[in-house]
Design a protein around this ligand. Structure first.
Ligand SMILES: Nc1ncnc2c1ncn2[C@@H]1O[C@H](COP(=O)(O)OP(=O)(O)OP(=O)(O)O)[C@@H](O)[C@H]1O
Length: 281
């Protein structure tokens, strides 16, 4: 399997990657006043239309990396570029899906999915039409008048996906989006995500604890070090698409890839566990 270099040379604005982090660090001041470095000297390139999964031990700085790309946080050092431009504030070409569904509990399903286009200035009829198209794609056409609490966890996740894709994001940032779902629903949602994404050309950064999930979904798996996060290794996933997660993970090639990445990731997980044991002592 090809191990890819973590960074590529800078390109001009027409060919620039979707996302680029160059020597990026982020240090927080904790409530006690101490400084805590969450991300250190991180180089990462996400190509246009590429699906990149980020795995790393708990607390290493994966979510912080996403918040830097989103513009929610600024780097302490280094650069974060989206489409070749430095990130300034939260841009509307970025969509987010988190573990908790970002839905409005007091709005119906249809109204939730219409909210993004309306916020971006679409007329009501147009927003309604686009929302209905996406609800049909996620299999929720018959549920448009329900409220989020009247849906299952998987259905709520579909609403969140429709509400994100309806805005046509160029970049999709996903932070453990399926980790609260049961195993079967999780596999189903992964398949649906791949199907929805395949027609969009969006670039995805998908943070997960689950190495199987990352391999099944991604073009590239980025292994982070024990915190502070920096890129340890990048693995190109040469499994053909379209993929179905339940069947692809049984393929010999998948198992080979899993072993190879785990030998890199497992070491970082062990370091994190040992630190935890020392801290607790
Ligand atoms: N706003 C903040 N202020 C202070 N420390 C922070 C802040 N945000 C994150 N951290 C710290 O930075 C480190 C990295 O956190 P982050 O949430 O990015 O890790 P993660 O890899 O996403 O974790 P997990 O896998 O457990 O979700 C942690 O030690 C966390 O406590």
């Amino acid at each position: 399997m090809a191990r890819v270099a973590p960074s590529l040379p800078a390109m001009n604005s027409h060919t620039s990657p979707a996302i680029e982090l160059r020597g990026t660090s982020k240090t927080f001041r904790t409530p006690s006043g101490a400084l805590h470095t969450a991300v250190r000297d991180l180089d990462l390139v996400v190509g246009r239309g590429e699906f990149v999964a980020v795995v790393g031990p708990t607390g290493c700085g994966k979510s912080t990396t996403l918040t830097l790309v989103s513009g929610l946080e600024e780097p302490t050092e280094g650069e974060v570029l989206v489409a070749g431009e430095p990130v300034r504030g939260i841009g509307d070409r970025i969509g987010f899906v988190f573990q908790q569904d970002a839905v409005f509990p007091w709005r119906t399903v249809l109204s939730n999915v219409m909210a993004g286009p309306r916020f971006r200035g679409a007329a009501k009829a147009e927003a309604r039409q686009r929302a209905r198209e996406w609800l049909a794609r996620v299999g929720l056409a018959a549920f448009e008048d329900r409220y989020p609490h009247q849906l299952s966890g998987g259905q709520r996740k579909r609403v969140a996906l429709a509400a994100t894709f309806v805005n046509d994001p160029e970049i999709l940032l996903m932070d453990e989006p399926f980790s609260a779902l049961d195993v079967q629903t999780r596999a189903l949602m992964s398949d649906e995500l791949l199907e929805l994404w395949s027609g969009t050309g969006a670039s995805v950064v998908f943070v997960t604890h689950d190495l199987e999930e990352s391999i099944a979904l991604a073009d590239k798996v980025v292994v982070m070090t024990a915190g502070p996060a920096t890129v340890k290794e990048v693995f190109a996933i040469d499994l053909p698409r379209p993929r179905k997660v339940e069947s692809v993970r049984l393929e010999p090639r998948f198992i080979e890839i899993y072993r190879e990445i785990w030998s890199s990731l497992g070491e970082e997980v062990r370091i994190t566990r040992e630190r935890g044991a020392t801290d607790a002592a």
